[in-house]
Write a protein that binds this ligand. Structure first.
Ligand code: PLP
Length: 396
């Protein structure tokens, strides 16, 4: 018989466990470079001004809390399609299903792929976001890895990536790609490398599943779409999983989308009907609030401008922090070269620190990194970069 008393505890989430230790750490000069959320200079994950203004509009104008359609709000779906595809896909071949965050979009996509395509395998980059493998496995897809980074973890191993795909992938396999701001490395292909990747994927007849969790966190909304738009020119069909957790700061509102490019209108509508069937027996229909905020902002010229400039401020802050850190390290450890951090995109990079050095930074100085040495650049305080560099140099 089923007995809850025989249930063994699951291992704790490695990154969230570190946050707990950070919170419990009594040192007042501690610094948290672990979790994947944006922080401003006061160490807070702020609510964007455009979001507050949109919420004000919603509070006054919202008429119902009735259920949304299974695939979400029409205004939201159209706004997301335009933001992600930017007119590059004819509307009749495009479809959007609102989803609870990027994670929800990935899970819905994976279930759909597992359900429809005789359980294909999914190729994941090594390394990748820690949750990717678990999501794919939970949906019933077998995960296979492909090389992504060079040995020193600071640049792309394009030949390794293409060789692994050619050697191991079969037509109909899924390949997961990070559209921009690769988590955890910050290493993105450049435009020309994207062309080669897209050509190989087309030649091998793989199905792209593109994780777009950081649009606007790298170089800009359009600039960060270069890889995706390259893919759209090459492949007949693909799924994109968008998240608005980071670029709208709507983490807890769970707002994302499955954005589809199908071969034709019939394929798009049949696929959406199958996705709706899967959503119906999962969470039934998506939450309203976060999607209403995104639709309100994207649908209003002035709010959209405010939001874009706030997103630019976040992006510029991350760039500035990268520059200050590289400069600071040059002063305290001139024999080491950290300039690779300047060409990496988004919040994350590998610092090159070993697990032992990471331990030492935590125990001796209250600086928290995940064991792989990944740093969340946005967690650095601008006025404490010199202090941080000094401590990092001390453990090198
Ligand atoms: N994909 C990647 C690469 C991420 O880093 C994250 C969040 O950290 C997600 C997806 C999921 O985002 P969300 O919080 O919207 O579920």
């Amino acid at each position: 018989p089923l007995q809850l008393s025989s249930v063994q505890p699951a291992p704790p989430d490695a990154i969230l466990g570190l946050t707990e230790s950070f919170l419990a750490d009594p040192r007042s000069d501690k610094m948290n470079l672990t979790v994947g959320v944006y922080k401003d200079d006061s160490g807070i994950t702020p609510i964007m001004r455009a979001v507050k203004q949109a919420e004000q509009i919603l509070i006054e104008g919202e008429k119902t809390k009735g259920y949304l359609p299974i695939d979400g709000m029409a205004d939201y779906r159209n706004a997301v399609r335009d933001m992600v595809f930017d007119g590059k896909v004819p509307n009749e071949r495009a479809a959007v299903v609102q989803a609870p965050g990027g994670t929800g979009a990935l899970r819905v996509s994976a279930e759909f792929l597992a359900d429809q395509f005789a359980r294909p395998r999914v190729f994941l980059p090594t390394p990748t976001w820690a949750n990717h493998g678990a999501i794919m496995n939970a949906a019933g897809l077998e995960a296979v890895s492909y090389r992504y980074l060079s040995a020193d973890k600071t640049s792309l191993d394009l030949p390794g990536m293409l060789d692994d795909l050619s050697a191991n992938a079969r037509p109909g396999d899924v390949i997961l790609l990070h559209a921009c701001c690769h988590n955890p490395s910050g290493v993105d292909p450049d435009a020309q490398q994207w062309e080669q990747i897209a050509a190989r994927i087309t030649e091998l007849k793989l199905f792209p599943l593109i994780d777009f969790a950081y649009q606007g966190f790298g170089d800009g909304l359009a600039e960060d779409s270069v890889g995706l738009h390259t893919m759209l020119r090459h492949v007949p069909e693909c799924l994109v999983c968008s998240s608005f957790s980071k670029n709208f700061g709507l983490y807890s509102e769970r707002t994302g989308a499955v954005v589809m490019m199908a071969a034709d209108q019939a394929a798009a509508s049949a696929s959406v009907s199958q996705i709706k069937r899967l959503v119906r027996c999962n969470y039934s229909n998506p939450p309203r609030h976060g999607a209403s905020i995104v639709a309100t902002i994207l649908g209003d010229e002035a709010l959209r401008r405010t939001w874009k400039s706030e997103l630019m401020e976040m992006r510029q802050r991350i760039h500035r922090l990268r520059e200050s850190f590289v400069k600071g390290m040059q002063e305290v450890a001139p024999d080491r070269d950290y300039s690779f951090l300047l060409s990496q995109k988004g919040m994350f990079s590998f610092s090159g620190l070993s697990p032992m050095q990471v331990d030492q930074l935590r125990s001796e100085h209250g600086i928290y990194l995940v064991g792989s040495g990944r740093i969340n650049v946005a967690g650095m305080a601008e006025d404490r970069i010199d202090w941080l560099c000094e401590k990092v140099a001390a453990v090198l």
